[in-house]
Design a binder for this molecule. Sequence first.
Ligand code: FAD
Length: 512
Amino acid sequence: MTSNYTDIIVGCGSAGAALTLRLSGDPTRRLLVIEAGPDLVGRQVPDTIRYGREMSFADHDWDFRAEAVDGRRVRFPRGKLTGGSSAVGATIGLRGMPRDYDEWAALGNEGWAWADVLPYFRKLERDLDFSDEWHGSDGPVPIRRFADEELSPLQSSFTAACIDRGFPDVKDHNNPTATGVGSIPSTRLDAQHRFTTAIGYLAPARQRANVTVVADSFARRLILEHGRTVGVEMERAGGTETVRADRVIVAAGSVATPLLLMRSGIGPRAELARLGIDVVVDLPGVGANLIDHPRTGAFMVADASVWDRSMPFLQTILRTTSTGSTELNDMQYYMINYFDLRYFPELQMLSGAPVIGGVMVCGQRPKSRGRLTLTSADPAERPLIDLNFLSDERDLSTLREGVRLAWDLLNSDQLAPHMQRPLIVHDAMIENDEILDVYLRSSVDSAYHPVGTARMGPADDQNAVVDSRGAVYGVDGLYVCDASIMPNIPSANTNLTSIMIGEKMSDHFLGM
Ligand SMILES: Cc1cc2nc3c(=O)[nH]c(=O)nc-3n(C[C@H](O)[C@H](O)[C@H](O)COP(=O)(O)OP(=O)(O)OC[C@H]3O[C@@H](n4cnc5c(N)ncnc54)[C@H](O)[C@@H]3O)c2cc1C
């Protein structure tokens, strides 16, 4: 492998693929993209990735586990293929609220306020339903919404139950003033097929002579010489290779990015020293500040007549604000058409059913913070991922209210007729805080939106890992560009925000 690259991009997921397309637009650059998973095209793409009806948990996953609460371990999926987690996700295409990004800027990250990032949300999308000041019309990411006649009976009933309770009817959840219930903006090529960044960004970039993609290649560590990052050591085809470049941009996602930094000697000194890793830069924020949306709900076994597996498992969403909160839309509620428990044997045992439905609740502005820890210098060893959910009392009370509303909706005139039996939750539990808390602790899971493990912040922020241009503190030639740099979690699913980061940082690199 030659080493005459200007840039190495490690990881070709949501942010990495966007970066690849935009940076390669400059013909003077020579890019090497290193992706640990396969680069599947055309007929090689399995149906689990091709179709967006359900999330994909088995094919092309890193097989991580995380601790949710009190050491309870849960699956923690992350996509392992070109397109990254955008290729395995639920196709929800939502943006955060303006105040989420204004908060990033207020924390000292110049250029990341809502007014700064909106042009990139517009640039990345091709909204097929709305054309106004908030939307883009010619970006790589198609956004479409389900029409009323495409909704399953459960989804129509959920929408009617929410409206009955006074929640506004929302046509466009990506309008920043919207709050209420309506069809989910969805990243789909058409009603069936999942959009991935491998399709929208990598495919056109791959045609360019200045882009080399090496798939099935795992970046083991960064090569640092005299305070500068000069390359990457990777495992490829059963051997180890070294590649060199002027600049290395790590876009391996919120789990793998901090792990790669730590294996390379960039991270909390004591932790690295304990594992026998030579410390190059002592950065305590690497792996700290792990934030994810906690998810629970009120679930049921539905009447078999309403379970239609040809439908997407989610179609509508209620975005609303919890009691006493000053943060608009700090809660999400989804009607689940069906959820296959094939990969969740404990839940199957608890529910006594292979497929369940229900109203899912996701807290959008959690206060609890977790941590990601390297357990060995050996890259083959799994990290310790501690989500530390519900460690802040405010998260517990928000989810209590959430499950109560979910239960109320499930028992509404509109939804109750579809329910064969509820799962675990009952009226007495709903009325009793103490019992409800036991339920929350044993049911809360990840919404698969980890962020913050290499957070962006000013130089005087002790836990900042990168500056507002993605440059890693204390070492030259090294950048991070993915979900791990988010200083706080947006009030939305994180795919569009991750792509926006790739789009925006490309302009920084191109000097625009
Ligand atoms: C199951 C699931 C469902 C989701 N559903 C939604 C949804 O519906 N809507 C939404 O908005 N968000 C969703 N998300 C979250 C969203 O997909 C992520 O926030 C987003 O994709 C993160 O982008 P990223 O670029 O940071 O990382 P990723 O997209 O995960 O990309 C990281 C890439 O780096 C590669 N990599 C990692 N380590 C190495 C290494 N050492 N060497 C080489 N390559 C490496 C990985 O294989 C991967 O391709 C979902 C996530 C999951 C897992």
